[in-house]
Design a protein around this ligand. Structure first.
Ligand SMILES: *Cc1c(COP(=O)(O)O)cnc(C)c1O
Length: 392
């Protein structure tokens, strides 16, 4: 595909670039063996191999594959054995799936304001907070709160990110969740993983995700006398095989993003009304994040980029206090569950009613970085970007 086409037409540019028939040996194997259910065989399934590989690479103790990142969040939350209606603090700026996972688990989301880097502002968390979801948005490693028993790291957009102390995002809290949706660092269309360092939590998650059973691979599930109900989040060998293939390219993807990022940050126009949001060494450089002096300039930049066929996106859609799911507090349950469990509880936590955050989002613009381009194309892409920004 020509550079122009690649820059302009791809909705979002990450792992889908590594889908390649000649590289699909795990999928071929699964199909040749005629087994797409992970617990069909006593031998090691592709799903188990994937979990083992991811655990090794990220330094996680346990990993469980599920269908998507939202299920991974639900499993992490439910495994903490909450009471229905318990509060879960989460960032006010993230994908609405996080809120959906909380609500569908019978829990109540409290939207907490974010800091300048758009990460949850941990200083706002009240004393005694029990459950927090921290989201590492756009590959940016967010700080984790201290003294909270259950910190779930949402790494849907940050597979491969590393904290300043060297630990991988997703391994520093109670649990870490990952997504392989089309828009993420790697993709199998849909796909998810949950990681935890707590063996008891892992056992609980494994049981719940397979109908509450005490399954032995290769056998029909059995239920212990003290079994609780569960659901079916068991992944398919076909999806796990594609995730495995994708995962083989993780380091290549991360390196490609780093290279594009380095070339871009060196060559961007020097405008006093435009700032590039800094990225830490361990962040996954999925995008360049720009902050303009005004919303008008940001919108003019969107027009300038679009006119030149350069992809970009804004983060306005992530402002959850203004999302219909929150403003409407509707539910398919006739009694309004689970909103009905917290009729009077303030579900928003901000110093200024999210005014500063709204202003930050209004002025923010993201431009995707493309890991698969060669260095020469990175230089060309950055040149086109520079021209588009200079023209604003
Ligand atoms: C994509 C995403 C999710 C949901 O993951 P799915 O695999 O699509 O269910 C959750 N949180 C964040 C921050 C995401 O970007």
């Amino acid at each position: 595909m020509s550079l122009d086409k690649r820059l302009g037409q791809r909705f979002l540019p990450y792992g889908a670039n590594y889908l390649d028939w000649s590289d699909m040996r795990e999928l071929r194997e699964a199909i040749e063996q005629g087994v797409l259910f992970r617990y069909q065989t006593e031998g090691e399934s592709v799903a188990s191999r994937l979990e083992r590989r991811v655990a090794e690479r990220l330094g996680a103790r346990h990993v469980l594959a599920v269908h998507n990142g939202t299920e991974a969040l639900r499993l992490a939350l439910i495994s903490t054995r909450p009471r229905t209606g318990d509060l879960v603090h989460m960032p006010a700026v993230t994908f609405v799936a996080v809120a959906g996972a909380v609500l569908s688990s019978g829990l109540i989301p409290v939207l907490v304001d974010v800091d300048d880097s758009l990460s949850l502002d941990t200083t706002l968390l009240p004393e005694g907070t029990e459950r927090v979801i921290v989201a590492h948005m756009e590959g940016t490693v967010a700080p984790l709160p201290h003294g909270v028993p259950y910190v779930v790291e949402d790494c849907a957009q940050a597979l491969g990110a590393v904290f300043p102390d060297g630990r991988h995002a997703g391994t520093a809290g109670y649990a870490g969740t990952f997504s392989f949706h089309h828009n993420k660092v790697l993709t199998s269309g849909e796909g998810g993983l949950v990681a935890t360092g707590d063996p008891a939590a892992w056992a609980t998650m494994r049981c719940y995700h397979d109908h509450g059973s005490a399954r032995v691979p290769g056998r029909y599930p059995t239920w212990n006398p003290d079994a609780h109900y569960g659901e079916n989040f068991v992944t398919s060998e076909g999806v796990a095989a594609i995730q495995f293939q994708q995962f083989r390219h993780l380091d290549e993807v991360l390196a490609g993003l780093e290279r594009h990022y380095a070339i871009a940050t060196d060559a961007l126009p020097d405008r006093t009304d435009l700032r590039v949001l800094p990225r830490a060494t361990g962040d996954v450089k999925t995008s360049l994040r720009f902050r303009w002096e005004s919303r008008e300039l940001r919108d003019a930049a969107v027009a300038s980029l679009t006119g030149r066929g350069i992809a970009s996106w804004t983060l306005d859609k992530y402002l959850l206090p203004e999302h219909p799911v929150f403003t409407g507090r509707r539910s398919l349950y006739a009694d309004g569950f689970p909103w009905s469990l917290a009729p009077d509880h303030p579900l928003l936590l901000s110093r200024d009613g999210f005014a500063r955050t709204r202003d930050l989002l209004d002025r923010t613009l993201c431009v995707p970085l493309s890991p698969e381009l060669c260095e020469q194309d990175h230089v060309l892409a950055v040149k086109a970007l520079r021209q588009a920004l200079e023209a604003v």
